[in-house]
Design a protein around this ligand. Sequence first.
Ligand code: IPD
Ligand code: CA
Ligand code: CA
Length: 264
Amino acid sequence: MENLENLCLKVVELSKEVGAFLMSEKNNITTKDIETKGQHDYVTYVDKTAEKQIVKGLMEYLPEAGFITEEETISKQGETYNWIVDPLDGTTNFIHGMAPFAISIALKKDDKIILGVIYEPNLDEVFYAWQASKAFLNSKPIEVSKTSKLDNALLATGFPFVDYSKLEPYMQLFEWCMRNTRGVRRLGSAATDLAYVACGRMDGFYEYGLKPWDVAAGSLILQRAGGIVSDFSKGDNYLFGQEILAFNKSLHSPFAEVIADYFE
Ligand code: IPD
Ligand code: CA
Ligand code: CA
């Protein structure tokens, strides 16, 4: 495989090309374009077309790699390398004509994410990192915030909209956050949430019910920016385990202690 930095920069360019496509379609969506995948879960031709464009580009860069993609436009398993792709993270925002939404692309080598790119085209911001690199936003290195008290922290989350099995502890934790932090934002794009924690705009992010393509790229970018990612129990099952705690270095443990009071 070629140098990881070069590969990452190619993926950055690809994400910008596909991001331009998302922006060009942004105002063309009508009700008839919206398909329902499940309760409150939507997809459009834009998600699927963007995914095909991404897959085509990635296949040229690394022919031996397989894919884990949200819209399943390709079925190919790689022995060592697999791309994990969300072509449009934030579809509900997108179909309502709102920012943010993002493209999220990660490369997994065996069990490890070794490259991550998140492109948010509304602000033309690309966040990226590869194994052992710094994390970058539009070519400039980024770091997580230095906020050390939850009372001063601005958090992000995603509200449950399909899986209500943990709604009760979720709401109790939410109340705790309202009373004990600077506030909680619901941006509507988990990839953007992670990117914003990575560059220090927000101090932490938590959500359950997420899929690997929501968190793969963002988890690496956040770690390379000095943050800590885990599942709700401080373990490392955040990629496939459907729960994520992503915080700056000082706040990860304190917030994990809080969450332990609400979630088993
Ligand atoms: C969704 C967004 C949202 C999160 C959902 C995801 P999608 O992704 O990341 O913020 O709360 O759980 O499914 O469906 O727009 O790609
Ligand atoms: Ca998503
Ligand atoms: Ca998506």
